[in-house]
Design a protein around this ligand. Structure first.
Ligand code: FES
Ligand code: FES
Length: 150
């Protein structure tokens, strides 16, 4: 076991877990932050995407020991009762959500992109979201929602 200290959505946390346990498992099973989805566990689907120090990453591929002293943002940070985050509102307005399984990962990838580039062109959006698989929407509504400016 190893004690790993980091911040999640602005809050300091310390977990005592096997060092090779994935960040995804720690978030979901230890910290009960189940908005981060559990898809392929192999870096293929993007459902587990979170931001680590502002960068979108597949949390299923990252041993939690690599997260020591870093800042993790999950979809739970986007919950704002009464005042939806602009990306949440955009996804709703553009009908970019069907079953919703891909949505947390899509929004984290979109947020990472928009933080770097607030005015991405459509090709950039397509390229950045290529690692996030959606089986429902056909992607166009997701691309349109991501195109909405902060
Ligand atoms: S669950 Fe991590 S990429 Fe699919
Ligand atoms: S909305 Fe169902 S997988 Fe994307």
């Amino acid at each position: 076991m190893k004690s790993v200290r980091f911040r999640v959505n602005g809050h300091p946390v310390t977990v005592d877990v096997p060092p090779a346990m994935s960040l995804q498992t720690v978030l979901r099973d230890v910290l009960n932050l189940t908005g981060t989805k559990d898809g392929c566990r192999g870096g293929e689907c993007g459902a587990c995407t979170v931001l680590v120090d502002g960068e979108p990453v597949n949390s299923c591929l990252i041993p939690v020991c690599q997260i020591q002293d870093r800042e993790v943002i999950t979809i739970e940070a986007f919950e704002r009762p009464g005042e939806p985050h602009p990306l949440i509102r955009a996804f709703a307005e553009q009908n970019a959500v069907q079953c919703g399984f891909c949505t947390p990962g899509m929004i984290l990838s979109a947020a990472g992109l928009l933080a770097e580039n607030p005015r991405p062109d459509r090709e950039t959006i397509r390229t950045v979201l290529a690692g996030n698989i959606c089986r429902c929407t056909g992607y166009e509504n997701i691309f349109r929602a991501t195109d909405i400016r902060y």
